[in-house]
Structures are given as structure tokens and as C-alpha cells.
Design a binder for this molecule. Structure first.
Ligand SMILES: [Mg+2]
Length: 187
């Protein structure tokens, strides 16, 4: 199957580092991210937070660790015959840093769609993606409503009840097991 894989919160463990950096920058002590739109937790405008991200992009993209099990998970999926396409809300000007980070972490990196502020659902439609791995519930809902099963990594910012078509996963092992269930023989 052709599997769409988000990057931040799915492959890169970006949020703990970003939270740390934002707490320092804004002089706050927010213990965990409870809203994916972090500017709401920090009570600043999206523009203000974007500026912080743009100014510090290299550190913010290069320093995060990989999510536990992500490298091995991607390898398993590939060995089982699946095609991996990364679909990220990062922007095209972050391509070089993104590629460099994957290389540093030894994680498979090939096809990447940088949607920026565009729609991940459009990418799913355009590329015929059959399964999606995501951490942001709003994206997951749109993709699942379209009929593509979504495996949602459990995070502090996606604790709402899930609609049909979205499976909550607590680890990459969970994701692999879920994909095997819907695809006993890889295509
Ligand atoms: Mg994400």
C-alpha cells in the first residue's frame, strides 16, 4: 500500500523540544502541549510564533530526537512491500534541513510532500495515498472522512474521542500491527 507519513510528532519528536524553547523564549512554564496550535497555549499571535520559528528554524528542526521506534517502523513497512510518502506541513524552504535531519538519524527518506499551509487531504487525493499516519487530529479527521484509514499517534494534544476510521496508537509497534490487520498481504 501507499502510506502517507507525517513528520513532526510522528517521525521527529519535535514537540518536547519546541515546548522547551518556547517556554524559555516567552518566559513561561507550560508543562505539556495541550493544543496543537501552540500559540494558543502561549497566548501569542500565530504571526509572533511563526517569527520565532523562522528565526530559529535550524535549531528547532535539527535538534529533536527521533520518535521511539520510528526508524524501525518505517523499515518494517518498507520490507513488507509498502511505499512510504512523507506528507508534512513543513514548507519547501525547510527541505534541506529536513533531509539532513533524516540522514543524521539514519531514517529512510525519499518522497516528501511539503504542504506548508496547504491541505494534507489534497495531497492524499492527488497521490492516491491509502493509509495515513498522523498526530494532528484535525488532519486525521479530514483524511478519515474521505475514507482513508488513519493511525493517530497518541499525544497530549489529541485526547478527544475519535470518529470512525481513526485508530489511536501508543507506539510504532501499534501502528505496524494495525497496518498488518488491514493489509495482511502487502500490495
Ligand atoms: Mg504532525
Amino acid at each position: 500500500m501507499r502510506i502517507g507519513v507525517d513528520i513532526d510528532g510522528v517521525i521527529s519528536d519535535s514537540y518536547p523540544l519546541w515546548l522547551d524553547e518556547l517556554n524559555r523564549h516567552y518566559g513561561k512554564n507550560i508543562p505539556f502541549v495541550d493544543d496543537y496550535n501552540m500559540h494558543l497555549s502561549f497566548d501569542v499571535s500565530p504571526e509572533d510564533m511563526n517569527e520565532f520559528f523562522e528565526t530559529n528554524v535550524e535549531r528547532l528542526l535539527m535538534r529533536p530526537e527521533a520518535i521511539s521506534g520510528a526508524r524501525e517502523g518505517i523499515e518494517s513497512l518498507r520490507q513488507e512491500g509498502h511505499e512510504i510518502i512523507y506528507v508534512t506541513a513543513r514548507t519547501l524552504d525547510q527541505e534541506e534541513l529536513t533531509a539532513h535531519w533524516f540522514e543524521l538519524k539514519g531514517i529512510y527518506y525519499n518522497q516528501v510532500l511539503f504542504t506548508g499551509f496547504g491541505s494534507k487531504l489534497d495531497a492524499v487525493k492527488q497521490w492516491g495515498i491509502e493509509v495515513f499516519i498522523e498526530d494532528y487530529l484535525e488532519n486525521a479527521k479530514l483524511i478519515a472522512e474521505y475514507g482513508v484509514p488513519v493511525f493517530l499517534i497518541d499525544t497530549t494534544y489529541n485526547q478527544e474521542e475519535l470518529p470512525p476510521g481513526i485508530t489511536r496508537c501508543h507506539s510504532w509497534e501499534d501502528i505496524i500491527a494495525g497496518i498488518r490487520k488491514i493489509s495482511p498481504k502487502s500490495s
